[in-house]
Each structure stands twice: as structure tokens, then as C-alpha cells.
Ligand binder design. Structure first.
Ligand SMILES: [Zn+2]
Ligand SMILES: [Zn+2]
Length: 319
């Protein structure tokens, strides 16, 4: 079972005829050494837990979540954080609020570190009826992110506006749900949301997560110069469009996101045809070659530039 198989299962399992059977197959693959990459164990078990949770088989969900957390025990990245948050969510649903809170408390530092952490921590707290606490945690994370900055004058010009945006967006949504009036952070959230929406509209529909590494992008445009009319004008536009799309998907609650590298040689047909590109994107999205997103702020950027994410594509999401 490859990483791509797991991605496929993630897309299809919840609609499957026997989702719990799918969850059992995932756990079995972990137990029997059936994973192509043993590092996928945590991901496979997280998936199994989500599937069981969706069928309110909470005991099974918790067993899978326990194992997922254990599989990630040597890691403190955002995937590990998501597994802990999932375990907390299942504990809340099982009426074990104290244990759920003990699981969530250590995740607070992740709120200022990983874009998707704002989403999964908030969701877990909301499941536990802890919306007010979630609002408090998000507010603290927003303030910590703002005071960390060197140039507080224009928040949208700071390098980590992307991280700030995720926090503001989650907080803004939550505060509306709580019926709280707008404060200055909410006003900033709305300005950034509008800016992002305008940038996305200007960039045309982002129909896929197909990523052209720089050398391939250059070859693509050399072969089909007309693409600059319909597609991304240059590599920076291309990276920015993908980053915005990933940010947008995270805002809808999606986790486990990735971009899928393409090659000019691999693409069959006329690349100026959007349908050809879309078909190639679907093909790549089910293949084994994927680049997980987001990286940690100080880690190498997903685009392969060699720069830190926070200095490269993270700020591009502002458009
Ligand atoms: Zn609002
Ligand atoms: Zn980059």
C-alpha cells in the first residue's frame, strides 16, 4: 500500500459501502508490513480512526487514534499534531473531556507554527463544546504572531502573513458562530479574506494541485508559449496560485494536503487545452509522487527553491 493508495482511500473511504472494513484493512496493512513506506503508519491509522469516528464507532476510533498517536510519538510535526487533535475529538465524543483537554493542551504552541493546526485544534475544541476556549487560544496565537513580527505596520506585508491569516480566519469564523461583535482582528481578517478572494479570482479557477517544478515549468512554456495567456504567466504566479489554493482548501477544513509534480514528458497531448491539463493533474494526483503541504515555516519550501517556506511561498498566498 503506497502513499498514493492512502490518498485515494482518504478521498473515497467515507462513501464506501463498508467503511469499517476499509479501516480494518488500513490497520492490517500497518500490522503486516503492508505499507510501502513504514513512515505512513501514523497516516494510515489516523485515516482508520477518522473512518470509524464517522460511523460513530467510538471505541474502534479511539483504538486506532491511540495507535496513530503512538506511531507519531517521535515526531512533533503537524501530522502528529493532527493525530493528537483527532484523539482528543474522539475522547470528547466519548464523554472523556478531561483526557481530551490533556491531549489538546500541549498542541497550543502548534497554533503559531503550522497553518493547519488552527483548523484541527479549533475543530476538536468545538466538538467538546469549548468554543470560548478555542476563541481564547486563537486570540493568544494571533497576538503572539503579531508581536513576533519585526514590522508590525502593515500585517499583510510581514513574511508570516500566511500563518496569521489562518489564525485570523479561524478566529473570525468562530467569533461569528459565538455571536461576538467584530474587533480589530476581525476587521483585519475580512480585509485579508477579501484580498485573497480577489487574488484567486484574478488568477482564474485553480482546478488542480498539479505543480510544475521550475525546470519543467520553463520547458512547458518553451513548448507551448501560448500557455502564458491562459495559465500562469511565470513560475512565481504558478507557485502563488498553488499556495493560495492550498490555503483556501485548508480554510475548508481539509488536511493532509499535497501538490503533485508534473513533467513535460509525462503529459500526453496539447498542454494549452485545459482538459488535457486537468486529466494529467488527475493522473498525477493518484500517482506516488507527492509533496506534502504545508512544510514547517523554517523548513525548505515545498516548491523546491531551496529557500525557507516562510521566506518563499508562505507569503505568496497574499497575492
Ligand atoms: Zn465578519
Ligand atoms: Zn516556495
Amino acid at each position: 500500500m503506497t502513499s498514493a493508495d492512502l490518498s485515494d482511500i482518504r478521498q473515497s473511504a467515507l462513501g464506501a459501502a463498508d467503511p469499517l472494513g476499509v479501516a480494518a484493512v488500513l490497520a492490517e496493512a500497518v500490522d503486516s508490513g503492508g505499507l510501502a513506506d513504514p513512515d505512513d503508519a501514523g497516516y494510515a491509522l489516523t485515516l482508520a480512526a477518522e473512518i470509524a469516528e464517522s460511523r460513530t464507532k467510538l471505541d474502534a476510533a479511539l483504538r486506532y487514534a491511540d495507535r496513530a498517536v503512538d506511531a507519531y510519538k517521535t515526531r512533533d510535526d503537524t501530522q502528529a499534531g493532527a493525530a493528537h487533535a483527532l484523539r482528543a475529538r474522539i475522547l470528547f465524543r466519548s464523554g472523556r473531556a478531561d483526557e481530551a483537554m490533556a491531549e489538546l493542551e500541549p498542541l497550543r504552541p502548534l497554533l503559531t507554527r503550522y497553518p493547519d493546526a488552527a483548523a484541527y485544534v479549533t475543530v476538536a475544541l468545538s466538538v467538546g463544546g469549548q468554543n470560548k476556549l478555542a476563541e481564547q487560544w486563537l486570540t493568544e496565537a494571533v497576538q503572539a504572531t503579531l508581536t513576533e513580527r519585526d514590522q508590525p505596520a502593515d500585517p499583510a506585508s510581514a513574511e508570516d502573513a500566511g500563518q496569521l491569516f489562518f489564525l485570523l480566519q479561524q478566529r473570525h469564523r468562530l467569533r461569528h458562530a459565538l455571536g461576538l461583535p467584530h474587533d480589530t482582528h476581525d476587521n483585519l481578517a475580512e480585509r485579508l479574506e477579501t484580498r485573497l478572494a480577489n487574488a484567486a479570482a484574478a488568477g482564474g479557477p485553480a482546478d488542480d494541485l498539479l505543480f510544475w517544478p521550475q525546470a519543467e515549468f520553463d520547458r512547458l512554456l518553451a513548448k507551448w508559449p501560448a500557455l502564458t495567456e491562459s495559465y500562469d504567466k511565470n513560475w512565481d504566479d504558478h507557485r502563488a496560485r498553488l499556495e493560495r489554493e492550498l490555503v483556501r482548501l485548508t480554510g475548508t477544513g481539509r488536511v493532509g494536503l499535497a501538490v503533485f509534480p508534473g513533467t513535460v514528458d509525462g503529459l500526453a497531448g496539447d498542454a494549452t487545452d485545459a482538459k488535457v491539463r486537468a486529466a494529467y493533474a488527475r493522473q498525477q494526483e493518484t500517482g506516488t509522487n507527492r509533496i506534502s503541504w504545508p512544510p514547517e515555516r523554517n523548513a525548505a519550501c515545498w516548491c523546491g527553491s531551496g529557500n525557507k517556506y516562510k521566506k518563499c511561498c508562505l507569503p505568496r498566498s497574499r497575492g
